[in-house]
Design a protein around this ligand. Sequence first.
Ligand code: BG6
Ligand code: MG
Length: 218
Amino acid sequence: SHKAVIFDLDGVIVDTAKFHFQAWKKLANDLGFDFTHEQNEQLKGVSRVESLKKILKWGDMELSEEEFNRQMALKNDNYLSYVEEMDENEILPGVPKVLKYLKENNIPFALGSASKNARTILKKINLYEDFDAIVDGTDVSKAKPDPEVFLIAAEKLKAEPQDCVVFEDSVAGVEAANIGKMTSIGIGDEKVLQEADHIFNDFTEISIEFIENLLRKE
Ligand code: BG6
Ligand code: MG
């Protein structure tokens, strides 16, 4: 058996929450209510459909199925206009160093994201070719905290779940990794991600020694 690594995308490799915030805020404002940063925080790791359901609940609003789908498409178009401007500079500090280490040591790594825009984003930041497997919101039927996305990724990397290390910034994602019997590394606030096996504020706090120990074969 061999070790493998699975990365979430949004909030781990890139900070797209700021773009989601702009796009959801515009949607809310167009519908006549506001949308806060605190609410945006609660949408981390949450699928597009579930996010809009939550937002409409917060705005105390109901939409017909047709209008719901129209608003969701408008939001995504708006979000993609921000994604369009992305390039390598959007890769979060400390991430390239870890990816380089994995490549040099032949440790396979995958993407495991809830986003249906994951492949577009990876291409924009020039990492699309680097991943050994990509599993995203277009490949799964069950959202995090269901471990489906990570289990499919593990399978594609031909690794046992217990040999996988998952980097996640959302509570649902950490839970998904834990349910999947993988090692979970939380990236963000330790008060929020307390269920993770290890927690760091960001990748600049992660040393190569730590990664080395984590991936050492028992
Ligand atoms: C997650 C983000 O990675 O993907 C969520 O944390 C987002 O905020 C979800 O709603 C779905 O993304 P997309 O790109 O398919 O709308
Ligand atoms: Mg995330």
